[in-house]
Design a protein around this ligand. Structure first.
Ligand code: SAH
Length: 353
C-alpha cells in the first residue's frame, strides 16, 4: 500500500490528519487514489443524506461593495461594474417564486453594501420570515460586528456564509488590501458560531499564491472551526480585477478537496458550486459524485444576473429561476439523485449532541 492510500484510510477513520500527513496526501496522491477517495467521500455523503440533494435559492440582492478583494469582480475599485440593488419587494417576489418551486432556504448574498443599515437587514429578514415561516434564511453579506450579527439572528436569520478565503496570513494579505485582515475574518466566524448561527466557511481552489501548504492550513482551520457548511469552488479570473491574467483553479483539485472535506466533516453541508459548474459543463454533477450534497440555483431576477459578476463566464445568467431548477433537477436525476423540498438543516451526529 502506498503512503497516500494509507492516509486516505486514516482520514476516513480518524476524520482528520496531521499537517504533515495532509501535505503528503496532497503531494503524493495518484489518479487512481483520487478515484478511491472520491468513492469513499461519495459513499459517506450517501450514508448521511441518501440520494437527496438539498437546494438553496440564491438571491444576489446587491452588488455594491465597500471591500476591495483583488480577485472579485464587484470590488469597490472596479469602476466598470454595473451596480444594482434589489428592493425589499423585489426580494420578496424572488422568495415567492422560489417557494412555489419548492425552495425552503433562501440565501441572501451581496457585496458589503453600506446603504443597508442593521435595521434594514432586520426588516428584510423578519419580512421574509413572516411570509415564509417554514423557510430558513442564510445571510452572506460579509464582515459585520458581533452586535449586528446578533440582531440579524434575533430577527430570524438561521445561517451565515463567510468564506475565510485562506487561513494563511501572508496569503490573505496577497488577496486583499491591508485593511482587510484574516484576523477579523476569523473573528467574524467565531462570533457567528457563538451567536448560534449554522456557519459556513470555505475558500477558493487555485487562488493566486495558494500552495499545498496553505491548503493544509485551510483544512486544519476548517476542522478547528467545525462549521456546519463548507463552500469551495475554483478561483476564476475576472477581467476587470488585478488578477485578470492569473490562472484559474482546476476541476481535478476542487473535486479532490471536496472529497477530503467530506471525510474531514462527514455530515457537513457541502455545495457543488456555480463556479465548479462554470469551469466544466458537468462540474456540479462531478461535485456531487465527489461528496457534495447541496446545490444553490439562482433566484435573482434575470435582469440583474449578469451584473452579479464575481468572475468571468458565470453560468445560468440568462435562465429564469424555474429553468434553473428544472435543469438542475434533471442533471441530478441523470446521476441518480433528486432535489429535496426541505430546509436542509445541519444534523449533528448522535455523538455531538
Ligand atoms: N461579500 C460577501 C459574499 C459575496 S462573495 C462575502 O464577502 O462573503 C462570495 C464568494 O465568492 C467569496 O467568498 C469568494 O470566495 C468567491 N469569489 C469571489 N471572487 C471569485 C472569483 N474570481 N472566482 C471564484 N470565486 C470567487
Amino acid at each position: 500500500m502506498t503512503i497516500a492510500r494509507h492516509l486516505i484510510d486514516e482520514l476516513e477513520l480518524q476524520q482528520t490528519l496531521t499537517k504533515e500527513q495532509f501535505l503528503t496526501l496532497l503531494q503524493e496522491i495518484t489518479p487512481e487514489e483520487r478515484e478511491v477517495i472520491r468513492e469513499k467521500a461519495c459513499a459517506t455523503a450517501k450514508k448521511h443524506f441518501g440520494n437527496q440533494i438539498y437546494t438553496r435559492g440564491l438571491i444576489e440582492f446587491s452588488n455594491y461593495c465597500k471591500q476591495d478583494c483583488y480577485y472579485c469582480g464587484i470590488r469597490r475599485s472596479n469602476k466598470d461594474a454595473l451596480r444594482y440593488r434589489l428592493t425589499k419587494e423585489d426580494i420578496l417576489h424572488c422568495c415567492k417564486i422560489g417557494y412555489d418551486l419548492g425552495f425552503r432556504t433562501y440565501v441572501l448574498q451581496g457585496g458589503e453594501d453600506g446603504i443597508y443599515s442593521d435595521d434594514d437587514i432586520v426588516d428584510l429578514v423578519s419580512s421574509i420570515k413572516a411570509q415564509f415561516p417554514d423557510c430558513a434564511i442564510t445571510l452572506s453579506i460579509g464582515e459585520k460586528s458581533y452586535e449586528s450579527y446578533a440582531k440579524y439572528y434575533q430577527a430570524g436569520a438561521d445561517r451565515y456564509l463567510l468564506r475565510h478565503e485562506t487561513a494563511n496570513d501572508e496569503h490573505y494579505a496577497k488577496l486583499h488590501p491591508a485593511k482587510q485582515t484574516l484576523k477579523n475574518r476569523k473573528q467574524c466566524l467565531w462570533d457567528l458560531k457563538d451567536i448560534g448561527y449554522q456557519v459556513g466557511t470555505g475558500f477558493m481552489v487555485g487562488s493566486p499564491y495558494q500552495t499545498l501548504e496553505t491548503i493544509v492550513e485551510d483544512l486544519l482551520f476548517i476542522k478547528e472551526l467545525s462549521p456546519q457548511m463548507i463552500g469551495i469552488g475554483p478561483f476564476i479570473p475576472h477581467h476587470d480585477t488585478p488578477f485578470a491574467t492569473e490562472t484559474g483553479g482546476t476541476l481535478e483539485q476542487t473535486l479532490l478537496l471536496i472529497s477530503i472535506l467530506r471525510l474531514l466533516i462527514p455530515n457537513a453541508l457541502i455545495p457543488a458550486t456555480t463556479a465548479l459548474g462554470t469551469i466544466d459543463p458537468k462540474g456540479r454533477e462531478q461535485g456531487i459524485l465527489a461528496g457534495a450534497n447541496v446545490v444553490m440555483p439562482n433566484l435573482s431576477p434575470v435582469t440583474v444576473r449578469k451584473k452579479y459578476s464575481l468572475y468571468d463566464n458565470k453560468i445560468c445568467t440568462g435562465d429564469e429561476a424555474a429553468e434553473c431548477k428544472s435543469c438542475l433537477s434533471q442533471r441530478m436525476k441523470r446521476i441518480g439523485y433528486e432535489l429535496a423540498v426541505d430546509r436542509g438543516d445541519f444534523k449533528p451526529l448522535l455523538t455531538e449532541i
